[in-house]
Design a protein. Structure first.
Lengths: 419, 158
């Protein structure tokens, strides 16, 4: 079946979590003797067999170093690697594949930009962030400020978990040298109006980076339409392996910015009296890259596109609605992050039950959630909690798994003596 | 409900968690230390009254005349801290230090369960099977040790 026919077939058959689950061998396992209900997808997603198969094929038939060999395997590896770059370009609808730099993940993508911005910052410069950023979209900017004297300005978060857009718009001004905002909050699931924020940045003449770690596997993307300068993503949060991610950067930026790491691959010519750098994106990819990771990322994108990201997102939205409905009926349970739109993440606290204890009890019921501060300590402070319990869904989760989450909360109440 | 879970959250543990002993700040403590678990955001403060201390820090106290704590943490962490204060209250500093060492050693990966004679703390022994929860037990003890040694830095479980 050609991929076009496959897609048509997929459109005709209604999608269901039950059939999709069959593609994910990791889901058909048990924990403490119970079937796994994996509700920690915002931390990392499971991988479909299509990705595992692509990795095996790569290992068996292609692996060699890229851009270096004169032999057939190296040519194949290079074609697979550059094919994944083109796939990623398509995923983001970037203008050119040269605008895609492969990295280890969203963290490295953000650090790459922050490390290359020293020359554009001085003591009058301001970097505008929001109160809901992941630590990886805070610390690299703090380090940049330490090196250059620039200052961080933080747009506050409203009680609903939504970004205070009026405050943000007041913060972005003549001194703003960079805006860095998450597309989707990993801790609360709230989706930010990134197109509007890009417009604010554009009007102020400031570049904008969007941390898309939580968005890229769930929301159809078009960086040209968004109008962002940089977009960061992580493979392992979109059904691809760990250790691979990407940075989209508009071409003029990649031409302008100094290289990130130095080494092989990023150079054209090295002499002891001076080195000339390779063209972007290679200028930013020193050393042998994560070739198999990139292949896996491309395969994950193919898998998602094959089913249609919108249709998968609709399944996730159904889970969000059902989980919200079930959880908000629980006595003493408070959902943090009630704004809309939201991705399929429900973060909550329960009177008298610490998230860690709940996490352990749920684990014994086979239900995996995340408990803690979700690498967003400033946001936890904002809501006056040390941490929350977070259930985060993917299209392969079922309503029955939501029921098991709710039942597990009941077990925890009984055990910990709150019922 | 699984028996492992019931073993983890034993009656003694839950009882300490619900009404923690010596759970308050101390006015003018002789020594105080803060501990933090960056993985979950739990915080513990341990206060010590150690009469007969000499002026100036590293001179070591002789007796733990009073110990109290404050914490924002899970049941395991609260129980561990509460049990710790009961065990250590009134001990000589040397004994208390040894007990802390014994607990911290018993919760090292792969260690024997050497909690033998440590009173109620034994009820936390089953946490050893939960690598992600061991820090919940050890945080109060590490914080106590820091208070005793006069370590001015916030203690971290990492
Ligand atoms: C919003 C957000 N940004 C950045 C990251 C960092 O991603 P990674 O750890 O894959 O580099 C994460 C992952 O937890 C995230 O949720």
């Amino acid at each position: 079946m050609s991929s076009a026919t496959a897609r048509l077939a997929a459109v005709r058959e209604p999608l269901s979590a039950q059939t999709l689950r069959a593609d994910f061998p990791g889901l058909a396992t048990t924990v403490h003797g119970k079937p796994l209900a994996y509700l920690d997808n915002a931390a990392s997603t499971q991988r479909p067999r299509a990705v595992m198969d692509a990795l095996t094929t790569y290992e068996v038939e292609m692996h060699a170093n890229v851009h270096r060999g004169v032999h057939a395997r190296s040519d194949r590896a290079t074609a697979a690697f550059e094919g994944a770059r083109e796939r990623t370009r398509g995923w983001l609808n970037a203008l050119s594949a040269d605008e895609i730099v492969f990295t280890r993940g969203a963290t490295e993508s953000i650090n790459l930009v922050a490390r290359c911005m020293d020359g554009r910052m001085d003591a009058d410069s301001e970097i505008v962030l929001t109160g809901m950023e992941h630590h990886s979209n805070i610390v690299p900017w703090q380090q940049l400020c330490e090196r250059t004297g620039a200052k961080i300005r933080v747009a506050p978060v409203l009680d609903s978990g939504a970004l205070d857009m009026a405050a943000l718009s007041g913060l972005i001004g003549g001194n703003t040298r960079l805006v860095a905002v998450t597309h989707v909050s990993n801790a609360l699931g709230v989706i930010n109006p990134v197109a509007e924020i890009c417009e604010l940045a554009r009007r102020a003449g400031a570049p904008i980076l969007i941390d898309g770690a939580q968005a890229a596997g769930h929301i159809p993307l078009d960086v040209q339409e968004l109008g962002c300068d940089f977009y960061a993503l992580s493979g392992h949060k979109m059904y691809a392996p760990t250790g691979i991610g990407a940075l989209y950067a508009r071409k003029p930026w990649l031409d302008d910015l100094p290289p990130f790491l130095g080494g092989g691959e990023m150079i054209l010519e090295v002499r002891f009296d001076g080195t000339t750098y390779n063209d972007p994106p290679h200028k930013f990819e020193a050393g042998t890259p994560n070739i198999s990771g990139a292949v896996g990322l491309g395969a994950a994108m193919d898998y998602l596109a094959g089913h249609g990201l919108e249709r998968l997102a609709a399944l996730e939205h159904g889970l969000l609605e059902y989980a919200t409905e079930r959880l908000q009926d629980e006595p003493g349970l408070k959902i943090i992050g009630t704004a809309s739109p939201k991705s399929a993440v429900v973060s909550f606290v329960i009177d008298g039950i610490h998230p860690h204890d709940l996490g352990t009890v749920l684990d014994h019921e086979g239900v995996a959630i995340r408990a803690g501060h979700h690498c967003a300590m400033p946001l936890m402070d904002r809501f006056g909690v040390p941490g929350t319990s977070r259930a985060s869904f993917a299209f392969y989760n079922t309503h029955e798994e939501v029921d098991r989450l709710v039942a597990g909360i009941g077990t925890a109440r009984k055990l910990l003596g709150q019922a | 409900m699984s028996s492992e879970l019931q073993n983890l959250y034993q009656r003694t543990v839950l009882e300490h968690c619900r009404s923690p002993r010596n759970f308050h700040a101390m006015d003018e403590p002789d020594r105080v230390a803060e501990g933090f678990n960056p993985l979950c955001g739990d915080k513990v403060t341990v206060y010590l009254r150690t009469p007969g201390k000499e002026d100036g820090m590293p001179s070591l106290p002789g007796v733990i005349a009073e110990i109290s704590f404050e914490a924002a943490g899970c049941a395991i962490c609260l129980a561990s801290a509460s049990m710790m204060t009961e065990l250590i209250d009134g001990e000589t500093a040397d004994q208390a230090r040894q007990q802390a060492e014994q607990v911290l050693k018993a919760f090292k990966p792969g260690a024997e369960n050497g909690l033998g004679d440590l009173g109620e703390i034994v009820a936390l022994g089953s946490v050893r099977a939960y690598p992600s929860r061991i820090r919940c037990v050890t945080l109060p003890w590490k914080t106590f040790t820091a208070a005793l040694e006069g370590d001015p830095n916030t203690v971290s479980t990492e």
